[in-house]
Design a protein around this ligand. Structure first.
Ligand code: THG
Length: 292
């Protein structure tokens, strides 16, 4: 599992002000900590960056490259900031991301080819969010047709099915898992990735890790190859590295329909079992799902 560290993010309460204020020290400290925690890639999320996006992206990249050689994921919807970033990256790059929106897909793909960059194909279509697994599959086929036609091979493309918060829509949470299982057949050679922490957005902060970790196990089982994650969650990193086989087995058995007696599990395992139940839709999500 390829882990992309999510914390260098303009929206963040902690690091956002340093990014906006072009304060290099905290940004470099964060990048170093992410690398030490096990990040394979570092995501640099500068948001839409409407004002001076090019200079901003260049600054963030140069600042981070002074302290780490990890490959970078350039996270912005501003294509000229993206291009400016690709010019100054030393290592291989990941464009995060190119959606299927008309007027955005082609220019994005053109830049990806020009700079020979890997790219995330975000399954956001002309009508916005895909409604189910099948619509995700259709978007994937459309995206790959266009990319291949422009000379970009599947091997450079990481498909992102778009993870949505469980507090918003359980059917979308399920559709993502379902679609992930279909991907190898539809898109041979492609990689896959997702914004894992999206699933727990809007849920109590101390409980978010259970949703993130359990969902990661479910997605990995269906073939998810990478994820944008909180690498400071050490349990999550262990799961990604295959160091939690018993927990993984519990989640798999529940995914296969085994009726697990939660009262016979350890308190920690019971939390994961309850979380599987809400992520599969077997029980309804509420902010107190771990207690019911
Ligand atoms: N797909 C792709 N890229 C993405 C996403 C995706 N990039 C952005 C996002 N989604 C993934 N990154 C994050 C980063 C932070 C959080 C969630 C997803 C997050 N942060 C905490 C919060 O907002 O409460 C803490 C922030 C803070 O430090 O204050 O949840 O889906 N391709």
């Amino acid at each position: 599992m390829i882990l992309i560290a999510e914390s260098l993010n303009i929206m963040s309460q902690t690091i956002g002000p340093a990014l906006k204020g072009r304060d290099p020290k905290p940004v470099q400290e964060m990048a170093k900590k992410e690398a030490e925690a096990g990040a394979d890639y570092i995501d640099l999320n500068i948001g839409p960056a409407r004002k001076e996006g090019e200079a901003f992206m260049e600054w963030v990249i140069k600042t981070v490259q002074e302290v780490t050689d990890k490959p970078l994921s350039l996270d912005t919807t501003n294509l000229s900031a993206m291009e400016a970033g690709l010019k100054v990256c030393r290592n291989k790059t990941l464009m995060n991301s190119i959606s299927l929106q008309p007027n955005r897909m082609e220019p994005g793909l053109k830049i990806a080819r020009q700079y020979n960059s890997d790219l995330i194909g975000l399954l956001w279509g002309a009508e916005g969010m895909p409604r189910d697994a099948n619509e995700r599959a259709l978007h994937t086929v459309d995206f790959l047709l266009k990319a291949n036609e422009m000379g970009i091979p599947n091997e450079n493309i990481w498909i992102d099915p778009i993870v949505t918060p469980i507090s918003v829509e359980i059917n979308q949470v399920k559709a993502c898992v379902e679609f992930t299982a279909m991907l190898a057949e539809i898109a041979p050679g492609c990689k896959s990735t997702c914004g894992l922490s999206n699933v727990s957005n809007g849920t109590p902060a101390n409980l978010r890790p259970y949703l993130n970790r359990t969902y990661l196990i479910m997605l990995m089982r269906n073939g998810m190859q990478s994820a944008i994650v909180d690498v400071f969650d050490t349990e999550l990193v262990k799961i990604a590295r295959g160091e939690k086989p018993e927990l993984v087995s519990l989640v798999h058995r529940m995914m296969d329909g085994e009726q697990v007696d939660i009262t016979r599990l350890s308190p920690e395992e019971a939390k994961y079992a309850r979380t599987v139940r809400v992520l599969t839709g077997a029980s309804l999500y509420s902010h107190s799902w771990l207690e019911v």
